[in-house]
Design a protein around this ligand. Structure first.
Ligand code: ZN
Length: 387
């Protein structure tokens, strides 16, 4: 049965699915599939390896090049331990604000697009709108790459709009984030005989200090370059947030592990940092193995979200600036799927309703005003694609 939803009703529907990243998003996707189907729109799933989560993409309008991809993630962050005043999985409206998990980050953008599907169809657009809904964005942008790989040969689009909350401002850049876990295996001896052992704690400390030194070098090297001026801070940062190791003050530690991340300027390649880090670890490992051949250092990549690069005369930026009238320069400090779409060959921009300040927090909300601004934006986009 064909059903119609206002943007607000569709938002309430999407929020009602508990798509915290640890859960399956398939109930939400099934709803979207059925809804699109009822309007005669076919969609394509791109699932994860065990079939518990899936991306979904669909094309509305003609099968031609030059359309626009609207990108949104379906997952949300947990509500555990947060003092919510209302049920987080129900949209509650109070004084012009729509409360609920995912209202700002970022079910509204997708809800608006879905609610406008009947208008997209009626507009007889000359170029299509593609919807691209991903999973597992919140735990390291894990879902989108396989969807982009599936779409790239079939969908030649003029622009990708990633609808993360920017208050409908045109955001053309953000840093990348490379997450690492480093495990150091030392060799245990009594600390009075420290020269016959290998302390994993001491080696890990050197590796952590490498992060700090690299960051200070970066600060000196790039903080005054005008191209970085919008970023805060205007250089690539390297930071270790958790460390664990050792069993007693008088035993050289057998194990020490820590997790860290590199937040790279979009103009820099995170892999260059990783190569330099691995090379330094190799040097340390050779020293360790001269004392104890079993000693080693393992470095695992937990996640790699590429930065969003400012494009030179990018078609996505041009399109969205024309529609919004926003000609100011904006960058954001959070990661998105934008760099992944750029890596897939698409001109990409970040622009969506709501404020990142409300994202991930208790009592997350989207103002009705921002919802309406998002609807206006997408209606103008439909008009352009129809003209
Ligand atoms: Zn988000």
């Amino acid at each position: 049965m064909t059903k119609y939803y206002s943007a607000k009703e569709m938002l309430a529907k999407l929020v009602s699915f508990d798509t915290v990243s640890r859960n399956s998003n398939i109930p939400l996707i099934e709803f979207v599939e059925n809804y699109l189907n009822s309007h005669g729109v076919a969609s394509h799933r791109v699932q994860n390896s065990d079939g518990t989560k899936t991306n979904l993409w669909a094309t509305i309008g003609p099968d031609t090049d030059g359309g626009v991809i609207l990108s949104g993630h379906t997952d949300v962050v947990p509500v555990d331990g947060q003092p919510w005043d209302t049920d987080p999985f129900e949209v509650v409206e109070k004084e012009g604000l729509l409360y609920g998990r995912g209202t700002a980050d970022m079910k509204a953008f997708s809800a608006i697009a879905l609610s406008l599907v009947p208008e997209m169809i009626n507009a007889k657009m000359k170029r299509p709108i593609h919807l691209a809904l991903s999973y597992d964005e919140e735990i390291g942008c894990l879902g989108a790459p396989s969807m982009i790989e599936d779409m790239a040969p079939k969908v030649k689009a003029e622009a990708v709009i990633v609808g993360e909350p920017t208050m409908m401002k045109v955001v053309s850049g953000h840093k990348g984030a490379l997450g690492l876990t480093t495990r150091v295996r030392g060799f245990e001896v009594h600390s009075s005989l420290v020269h016959t052992g290998v302390s994993a704690v001491h080696v890990a400390a050197k590796l952590v200090v490498w992060h700090e030194q690299k960051m200070l070098e970066n600060k000196a090297r790039t903080e005054n370059l005008s191209e970085n001026a919008l970023f805060n801070p205007p250089y690539t940062t390297l930071h270790c947030g958790v460390i664990e190791g050792g069993t007693a003050h008088n035993i050289t530690a057998k194990d020490c592990s820590f997790s860290s991340d590199f937040r790279t300027l979009p103009s820099e390649n995170p892999m260059d940092y990783l190569d330099a880090y691995r090379a330094y670890a190799k040097e340390l490992e050779a020293e360790m193995q001269r004392v104890a051949p079993s000693a080693k250092i393992e470095i695992d990549v937990r996640g790699n979200v590429p930065g969003c690069r400012r494009e030179v005369d990018g078609s996505a930026e041009r399109l969205v600036r024309q529609i919004t009238g926003d000609n100011a320069e904006h960058v954001v400090s959070y990661g998105t799927e934008a760099g992944q779409f750029q890596d897939g060959g698409y001109s990409t921009i970040v622009c969506g309703p709501g404020d990142i300040a409300q994202a991930h927090a208790a009592n997350e909300y989207l103002s009705v005003e921002q919802l309406n601004a998002g609807v206006d934006f997408q209606r103008r986009l439909i008009e352009r694609l129809a003209s």
